[in-house]
Design a protein around this ligand. Sequence first.
Ligand code: SAM
Length: 373
Amino acid sequence: MKVEQILKGYSTAESRWARFGSYYAMFPVDFAFSVVEKYSKEGDYIVDPFAGRGSSVYAGGVLGRRSLGVEINPVGWLYGAVKLHPADKEEVEDRLREVYERRHEYAAQAKQMPEFYRICYCDDVLKFLLCARESLNWKGSNVDATLMSILLVHLHAELGEGLSNQMKGTKSMGMSYSVQWWKSKGMETPPAVDPYPFIRKKIAWRYEKGRPQIKLDSRVIFGDSAQELAPIADSAGRNGMTFSLLFTSPPYYSITNYYADQWLRLWLLGGAEGCQPQKEKHKGRFTNKQEYYDMLDNVFGLCSKMMKPQSVVYVRTDRRDFTFDSTLEILKKHFPNRGVSIVEKPLKEDTKTQTKLYGDSSMKPGEVDIIIG
Ligand SMILES: C[S@@+](CC[C@H](N)C(=O)[O-])C[C@H]1O[C@@H](n2cnc3c(N)ncnc32)[C@H](O)[C@@H]1O
């Protein structure tokens, strides 16, 4: 089937799952498919060390490539892992019912939650979310991962579209900012949502055309590429698992903070009740130039050991000087003596950049594609 047919509207399982989970700086889906189609062939291996919500890996999987992604942020990882292999629908529905039926066990806990949560969610939703937060084993069970990722998608949104009071669907705003905003608009009463029929309907829509067909082994590993790719790079030459396409978009220096933007979703995954400063490396915003440079150097260095001599490297990144210059320098170092093309993507009003897709109009400088090979 042609890419345009696969992605047309929401008419196929592949297109419904392709757009699963909005995520900061995500690839437009048709762009991900077109790069995979143009620069690789069926049966090839593709790698994305900064997989985000997994569009490159998913496009590879749908188009018959063996695709491997790595993602450090649990929200992005869940979206990517689940869209490749969603669990059986009935099992997800059964699990939803189980969690819903146990929600009253969380009545006392719900009452003690900070004001933010009690304005954001009605009592039934808050009890249900607390139960889901505690009982869903999203790292170890595919059914739980699928249900959890569906909850994440609908956790906050415009009024009436998700489980929450009025919120942005993309990034989570701060707790006190949100409380003040709701109060200033007279919106202290959360919408009365019954989470069981609400989420069941969302499941029904997502599965209406079935599950995507992924022909060859494709997956996203949860973790830090600097660690996860080391053993793969070590054995790549020996086991013949060499990659033909490196297709990725690394984090942008000093711009994106995948932790702060997702703090409420990370709470549902077991994280803190509010947005805390993030001390762990590579999980928040990159503010140290040397650390950022070393991380890219390390990860692209590992990738270069996994690639075939005639491979293609396709990297979309931020145009801002430090991010762009570092990325280009590092790529040239690890993929020497190869043709390099730079495709500038000046941001026009109607251009669908990955940051604009996320609803961030402050990202003026736009993106640039570096293509090697
Ligand atoms: C620009 S985004 C990629 C977006 C992706 N192309 C998409 O379509 O969703 C960069 C991603 O790299 C991840 N990341 C940053 N450092 C990482 C590391 N050391 N290992 C794995 N992932 C990392 C971030 O969490 C973020 O999701």
